[in-house]
Design a protein around this ligand. Structure first.
Ligand code: NAP
Length: 295
């Protein structure tokens, strides 16, 4: 039997519709619009494309949005001063610094400079620490998107065996931490695998829910997946160019083979990807509400 395909585009649209309505309500009831600033340093094509997508989505949702384009050789102090300005700007509720930053800038120092109350990417150590103790202000966007995809696709997380392949600070570790919380939409038994894991397939074959964020094309093959498992493929790997000149993408999972064994699976593209920007917008909306002491 072929797996149900979890359509991230559809779920993302549904959440965006809810965000738009809530943003309109904030505007009419309190006269404020959620405000997002995206800061980009240099003109790395992938970063420019991500930031353009974020700005476009923010505008579509009726947010107040600002883009700061900084030159590649900007001094670190100037970037920190810019962040400080937006930390103090009451019209801005979310600050996003597009990564990676050029080598002469200390990325950690820059991320730490963002006010944790405006850290809509959820990468500030205060927010990661709060996530750990179950009191998150913001969830990092990709893990948050994964959890919402599972919940809104009616997949039982509570009590399930979740195996996460990958332990990055932006995907693997936070998603594992979120799903093991004693909370609704969580309460799973979670295992984290990485390159030090001795027998990867021993673990992946036990998973009711397998989340793969390794950045290795088709690393997960059908023999590594339990019959009926739910498979969430976070990987985005560029494996060539389409006839139209666009990047040809594939995930970390051998989709065609694994979909014959899984009960549900996310495609690449069109699975986790559309959720990430959407959760950034939800975090910004929630930051705006928090500024009004509404949530
Ligand atoms: P990352 O920082 O490179 O981390 C990859 C993790 O996978 C590491 O922990 C690594 O282990 C582990 N790993 C790599 N190969 C492995 C293998 N063969 N067996 C077991 N573990 C293995 O990557 P990331 O930032 O988390 O991103 C992962 C993927 O998700 C990438 O393809 C990225 O493009 C994609 N992504 C997508 C979105 C989205 O919105 N769709 C967002 C973020 C990331 P070690 O720690 O031992 O090295």
């Amino acid at each position: 039997m072929s797996a149900r395909i979890i359509n991230g585009q559809e779920v993302a649209q549904q959440i965006r519709h809810e965000i738009r309505q809530e943003a309109e309500r904030l505007k009419s009831a309190y006269g404020i619009s959620p405000g997002l600033v995206t800061i980009i340093v240099g003109n790395n094509p992938a970063s420019v494309s991500y930031v353009t997508g974020k700005q476009k989505t923010a505008k579509d949702l009726g947010f107040y949005s600002v883009q700061e384009d900084c030159p590649e050789d900007i001094q670190e102090e100037k970037l920190l001063a810019l962040i400080d300005r937006y930390n103090r700007d009451p019209k801005i509720h979310g600050i996003l610094v597009q990564l990676p930053l050029p080598g002469h800038i200390n990325e950690t120092k820059v991320l730490y400079a963002i006010d944790p109350d405006k850290d809509v990417d959820g990468f500030h150590p205060v927010n990661l620490g709060r996530l750990m103790i179950g009191e998150a202000l913001f969830y990092p966007c990709t893990p948050y998107g994964i959890q919402q995809l599972l919940i809104r696709s009616n997949i039982e997380i509570d009590g399930s065996e979740v195996v996460v392949v990958g332990r990055s600070n932006i995907v693997g570790k936070p998603v594992a931490m979120m799903l093991c919380q004693k909370a609704k939409g969580a309460n799973a038994t979670v295992t984290i695998c990485h390159t030090g894991t001795k027998d990867l397939s021993y673990h992946t074959r036990r998973a009711d829910i397998l989340i793969v964020a390794a950045g290795r094309p088709k690393a997960i093959t059908a023999d590594m997946v339990k019959e009926g498992a739910v498979v969430i493929d976070v990987g985005v790997n560029r494996i060539g160019v389409t006839q139209e000149g666009k990047a040809r993408l594939c995930g970390d999972v051998d989709f065609d083979a694994v979909k014959e064994k899984a009960s549900a699976i996310t495609p690449v593209p069109g699975g986790v990807g559309p959720m990430t920007i959407t959760m950034l917008m939800l975090n910004t909306l929630n930051a705006a509400k928090r500024s009004l002491k509404l949530s």
